[in-house]
Design a protein around this ligand. Structure first.
Ligand code: SF4
Length: 280
C-alpha cells in the first residue's frame, strides 16, 4: 500500500506561536499553578496534556482563576473578557493569531463605517464568539435557514470565520446577495493556512482510495478536512491518534492519504505514518 502525505498539513503558524508562547509563559512563571488558559489552548487533547505538565491550567471561566496570568489562545476572545481579566488583576498574555485579530479588527471597522456586520461561521466556535464582541448587533449565519436572522434592508458588511471553506462562504454570500440589499461589503477573512490544507487534501483525494485525517475530534478545521475528503467520495477516517486506527480500515486499499488539522502536532502525524508504513 502506498502512503501519500498531503502537500500541506498540520500546525499552522498561529497555533505554533500560541503553543510556544503558552509553554514559555507557563515555564517562566514563579508559581507554576498560576498560568491559565480560558478553554484548551488548542483543540488537541494530547498537546493540552503536555502543556498541563508544564504548569498551564485550563479553566472554563475567569471565576476559576486566583491571580496570576491568563493566556489568550489563538482563537482570541471578545474585548469584554480582556477587560474582565484586567479588572481581576490578572496579567494578560495575548496569543491570539494575527489572522483572527485581523477578523476582529475588520468587524470593528465595518461597524464604524456604518455596516451591520455579518459573520459567516459557527456561532458556538470560540473564535466566532470572540469576534461577536467586536461589533454591536453582529449577526452570525451558518446555513440557509439563518437568512431569516438578517434585516430586510440596510448595508451589510460580511466576514467569515477564518477556518471556513471559501465554498461555504461563497454560498452564504450568494444567498445574502439574492436578498437584494442596496450595499454589501464582503471582506474575505478566511485564513490561507486553512485553504492551503483544504486544497492539498482535495488534490490528494484524487490519488488515494482511503484518507486518514488526524486531529482533535472537536477541531473545526480538522472536521472540515474530513468533510472535504468525504465529499470527494473517498473512504475517510478522522482519527485523533494512532490508537484509533484499526487494520480493517486499510483492508483491500492500494493507496492511503494522510493529512492533519492545523492543531495536530508533528509527533502525532509521524507516529501514525510510521505505524501505517509498518502495516503496509
Ligand atoms: S488556522 Fe489560520 S487563523 Fe487559525 S490559528 Fe492557524 S493561522 Fe491563525
Amino acid at each position: 500500500m502506498k502512503i501519500l502525505l498531503a502537500e500541506k498539513y498540520g500546525f499552522c503558524f498561529g497555533v505554533r506561536d500560541a503553543i510556544e508562547l503558552a509553554e514559555r509563559t507557563a515555564r517562566t512563571q514563579p508559581a507554576s499553578g498560576s498560568v491559565y488558559t480560558l478553554g484548551p489552548v488548542i483543540h488537541n487533547k494530547q498537546v493540552v496534556e503536555r502543556l498541563g505538565e508544564a504548569g498551564l491550567r485550563t479553566v472554563d471561566s475567569l471565576d476559576q482563576t486566583a491571580g496570576g496570568t491568563v493566556v489568550i489562545r489563538s482563537h482570541g476572545v471578545s474585548p469584554g473578557v480582556i477587560e474582565d481579566a484586567t479588572a481581576r488583576g490578572l496579567n494578560v498574555v495575548d496569543a491570539t493569531c494575527i489572522l483572527v485579530k485581523r477578523a476582529q479588527n475588520i468587524a470593528a471597522q465595518l461597524h464604524a463605517e456604518g455596516y451591520r456586520v455579518v459573520i459567516v461561521g459557527d456561532p458556538e466556535h470560540p473564535e466566532v464568539r470572540g469576534v461577536l464582541g467586536y461589533a454591536p448587533d453582529i449577526i452570525c449565519v451558518n446555513s440557509p435557514e439563518d437568512m431569516a436572522k438578517l434585516p430586510r434592508r440596510g448595508k451589510l458588511g460580511i466576514i467569515s470565520q477564518t477556518t471556513h471553506t471559501v465554498e461555504h462562504f461563497g454560498q452564504m454570500v450568494g444567498l445574502i446577495t439574492a436578498r437584494g440589499y442596496s450595499e454589501l461589503k464582503v471582506v474575505n477573512t478566511i485564513c490561507n493556512a486553512t485553504k492551503e490544507r483544504q486544497d492539498a487534501v482535495q488534490d490528494l483525494c484524487a490519488k488515494v482510495d482511503v484518507m486518514f485525517v488526524l486531529g482533535g475530534y472537536h477541531s473545526s478545521n480538522t472536521n472540515r478536512l474530513a468533510e472535504i475528503c468525504r465529499d470527494a467520495g473517498v473512504d475517510t477516517h478522522h482519527l485523533e491518534t494512532v490508537k484509533d486506527f484499526r487494520p480493517e480500515m486499510v483492508a483491500g486499499k492500494t493507496a492511503a492519504g494522510v493529512t492533519a488539522g492545523a492543531s495536530t502536532p508533528d509527533w502525532i502525524i509521524d507516529e501514525f505514518v510510521r505505524h501505517l508504513q509498518a502495516i503496509g
